[in-house]
Structures are given as C-alpha cells and as structure tokens.
Design a protein around this ligand. Structure first.
Ligand code: ACM
Length: 514
C-alpha cells in the first residue's frame, strides 16, 4: 500500500513537471511583440541559446560593441549566463551576430532585420539604433527572468522592422515631485524596452528647480529645496545630469531638457529677487495651482538669466533640442509673452539647439526648425504648422500618463478625462487634428506630470500598461494596429511586468496572462 502510494505520487509529480515545462517555441508569429513589427516570417524551427554562445559584432563597425555588451548584460540579468562579446571580420556560423550594412534604404536609421536560424541569430541594420531595436525585439522573445541554468529557446524566422515616426517619447515631471538618478534610470529602461527614443525632462516649475546652474547657484539651493506637499525636493548636479544623458544615449534615447518659462517659474522667482518685476523674491510654493507666476519680461536681467541657463544646459545636452515650455502663462500679458518667447527662441538658437515649446508658443514668431508640442489647443497647433513648425503629438485627453484610468485610480488627475488602456491606444496621431497630417508630425510623446505621483512605484502604476501602447502608436503603422488584437499581445506582457517587479494597473479590459 505504502509503496503503491509512493509510486502514484512520483508519477503524478513527473506528469505535472512535464506539463509545466515549456515546449520549445517554433512559431515566431506567436510571439507577442510590442510594438508590432512591420513583418514577421516564421520558419518553423528553433534556436537554443546557452552559455557557450558568443555575441559577435562586425569588426570596425563603430558603436556595435556597446550594443553587444548591452545584450550580454541583459541576458545575464535574465538568466545568469555570461556570454562573451567579441569582434569578428567574418560572418560567424553560430551564436549571435551584429552587422551594419547600408544597403536597405527602407530600414533608414532605426530599422533592422533580425534573422533567427537554427544556429545563428543575425541582426543587421544601417545604423547602431537599428541594432539596438533588434536587441529589444530579441529580448521580447525571451522571458523577462528565468531560473539560472535554464536554456533559452527562440522560434526561428525573419523580422523586418522600422518605425512610423522618428520621435517616440515620454516626459517625466521631476519638478512637482523630485525623482532621483536611479529612478530616472528605471524610467529610461522602460522607454528602451519599447523602442522609445526621447526622454523629455521637465526640469523646472513653480514647485522646484531641479538642475544645477553654476552661474545661478541659488536656483537649486533655494528653488530645489522643496516639492509639492513640502517634501525636501532635490536636484541633479551637472555631473548627475551628464550621467543620465549617457545612460539614455547607451539606450539610443535623447534627453530633451525643459526649462518652463515665462510662467511656471515660481521656484526661480523665489530664488532670485531680481527676476521679479517688483524686485522681491516670492515665497516657495508647494501647492498644485498653475498659471500664477511669470518672469519679468521687460527686465534685461531676465534675458541674461535665460542666456546663462540655456548656455549651461545646452552644453551638457548632446541632443538637438531645448524645450522652452511656454504653457499656461496666464499672468503674462499677451504682447509680453510674444516678446519673451521671440527673444528666448533666439537664445536657444544661439546656443546651437532647436526650439520645442508647448502649443502656446505658436503665438510668437517661430524660428526655423521650431517644434510645437500639441497638448490642448488645436488653434495654436494649427497656427504653429502654418508658421512652418513641426508637431509633437501629446493630446492630454489621450496621451497624458497622469490622467487616471477611471474614477477609482488612486493617483493622478482627470481634468482631461479618464484614460483607460483602450482609450490611450485607439487614436491616430496623423488624423486626430484636422489639417495636421503625418508630414507635419515629428512623432508622439506621453507626458507624466507629477503633482500626485511621488515615487517610482506610483510612476510605474500610471505608466504601465499604457506606455507600451504609446510606443506602438509611435512605431507601428496605423494599418497594423487594432485594439482587439493588441490587448491579447499586451496581456502576454503582464508576466514580464511582474518578473521585472513593475507595479502595473491590471486593467479589466486586458485578458492578462499569469
Ligand atoms: C501642460 O499640461 N500644461 C503642458
């Protein structure tokens, strides 16, 4: 009796074990990629990745070593395996191989071709960003985390892929609540996972000034000393900002610094009395009202100040853009606003950067290469386009990551409405605003304002699972986007979020997989 029970138990255990062991994947078309790639051709085999595999990169191709090292460190994080990365002059027979070959115009600078054979995985692109995006696609074929020692298996086939828009971003407001360097790096990793390439940092507002400016030290000493709710705030030293720029660049992400002006400037006005028209410093502000502050637009010191800030920050920023804010300057007279924005644009151009501003800046004369960020006002945005500007699409009612999912969401606001996961996904940047077409649009950006969001855990809840949808809107052509199909792919990313320790909103609209 005892023996028989023992045998049954062993048999049951063995059966359970084999049921739990994943089958070798052989159908590439079943992988839930986000963003949806341009084309997937499944070839019905599989590739086994084990610890003896080498990650090769084409010898002499600048920038590929960084990509190979990144893949190696990601595979190490996932599985504990340590794969070597080395240059090679010839196409290897097995392993993983990165190569640059400028022979496929359609792939442009961000596209790639990923070929998974039985023995070799090859990632080919015209430029380094394409190889990086090929890596992100490859990583989505692996679990986000595995038991050490478990072989990693991938279905074979060919993926050809390139983005719909060149600008695919998110914004983090580090002013209302401050997020430290490690938290911003986590945010950057989230963007990288979904092939986003722009991080807009909202570095100043009424409640806090978050970037060290050596020629105006009180900005951070005073202006960086608090945040919404009266917490201790904080700021990035120039070295820390440079560290973030580098971390982002290694992930093919450009940082766009924003100094919001002439409104949203109380933190600066509290730091330096001379920036105020009455010569008196304001009190620090830790509430959440908007539209009450303004620089003094007819004082020369204001432009000396802006010149110093733009000069120091532009020198730390290798990317092409400088964001001048310009929104909600409700206490700046219209003519003063126009005069100010005109002068500030010239300062930005003088320091070698292209201007981005919220849609209100279209009321000024726009410099060549200016970009208007549509958040609220169709008339402003249309006027911007008529003045020759390009547009970044950030419609608050669709793309604001701080809007609540529904009336029960514990963080966030709802002044632009609730944004459930489907509502955030089901819009087309090229048709949302009549008269603003794909040719006018640089791309899309999903902003996260932080009046109500205080730490990375809360950031994650607002960002996931909407961020992958915004990434897909930016990357995937509208013909290849459909909510009913997308939600089943998104469902398969739930276990990835869990494995990565991401605190995400389990929307009832998504059939989450465990
Ligand atoms: C904004 O939401 N004030 C740009």
């Amino acid at each position: 009796m005892k023996n028989k029970f023992g045998l049954t138990a062993i048999l049951a255990f063995v059966l359970l074990q084999s049921a739990c062991t994943q089958k070798t994947p052989t159908d590439l078309s079943k992988t839930a990629f986000i963003p949806n790639p341009v084309s997937i051709e499944a070839t019905g085999h599989s590739f086994e990745l084990n610890a003896s595999a080498v990650i090769y990169y084409e010898e002499g191709a600048e920038g590929l070593q960084l990509i190979a090292d990144y893949l190696s460190s990601e595979i190490n994080r996932i599985s504990g395996m340590s794969l070597k990365a080395e240059p090679t002059a010839e196409t290897p027979k097995n392993g993983i191989y990165f190569t640059l070959a400028n022979e496929d115009q359609e792939l442009a600078s961000e596209g790639y071709e990923l070929t998974i054979g039985k023995k070799l995985i090859a990632i080919k692109a015209n430029a380094v960003p394409g190889c990086f995006y090929g890596v992100q696609t490859l990583l989505q074929m692996l679990p986000a985390k595995t038991e050490a020692g478990q072989a990693l298996e991938l279905a074979s086939g060919v993926i050809r892929d390139f983005p719909e828009f060149g600008y695919r971003g998110a914004m983090l407001d580090v002013s209302r609540h401050f997020f430290n360097v490690e938290e911003v790096k986590q945010f950057i990793d989230f963007l990288a996972m979904y092939k986003m390439n722009a991080l807009h940092l909202h570095l100043s507002d009424d409640q806090g000034w978050r970037i060290e400016i050596k020629s105006w030290p009180k900005l951070t000493e005073t202006g960086g000393s608090t945040e919404v709710g009266g917490g201790e705030g904080g700021f990035y030293t120039q070295e820390q900002y440079a560290e973030l720029v580098n971390y982002a660049a290694e992930r093919q992400i450009t940082i766009i610094p924003e100094i919001d002006m002439p409104g949203h400037t109380n933190a600066a006005l509290a730091s330096y009395a001379e920036l105020n028209c009455d010569g008196k410093a304001t009190e620090l502000y830790t509430g959440t009202k908007v539209g009450f502050s303004t620089f003094c637009t007819d004082k020369e010191i204001t432009y000396q100040f802006v010149d110093d800030v733009v000069r120091e920050l532009a020198a730390l920023t290798p990317g092409p853009y400088f964001h001048i804010g310009g929104d909600e300057s409700h206490v700046t007279a219209h003519d003063d606003y126009v005069y100010f924005v005109n002068r500030v644009q010239e300062i930005v151009v003088k320091h070698g950067k292209k201007v981005i501003g919220w849609d209100e800046i279209a009321n000024a004369e726009l410099v060549e290469d200016a970009t208007v960020q549509f958040w609220a006002d169709v008339e402003n945005t249309t006027m911007g386009v008529e003045k020759g500007a390009k547009v970044i699409m950030s419609p608050a009612a669709r793309a604001y990551l701080d809007m609540q999912y529904d009336s029960t969401t514990q963080y966030g606001l709802h002044w632009a409405g609730y944004i459930e996961v489907d509502h955030g996904y089901t819009w087309n940047p090229a048709t949302l605003v009549p008269g603003i077409t794909k040719e006018n649009i640089l791309g899309i950006e999903a902003p996260l304002w932080s009046e109500t969001v205080t730490n990375i855990n809360e950031v994650e809840f607002m960002v996931f699972p909407r961020l992958p949808g915004y990434a897909e809107i930016g990357w995937t052509a509208p013909e290849k986007r459909d909510w009913e199909e997308y939600k089943t792919r998104l469902a398969k990313h739930g276990p990835r979020f869990s494995d990565l320790g991401i605190n995400f909103y389990r929307s009832a609209l998504v059939p989450w997989e465990e």
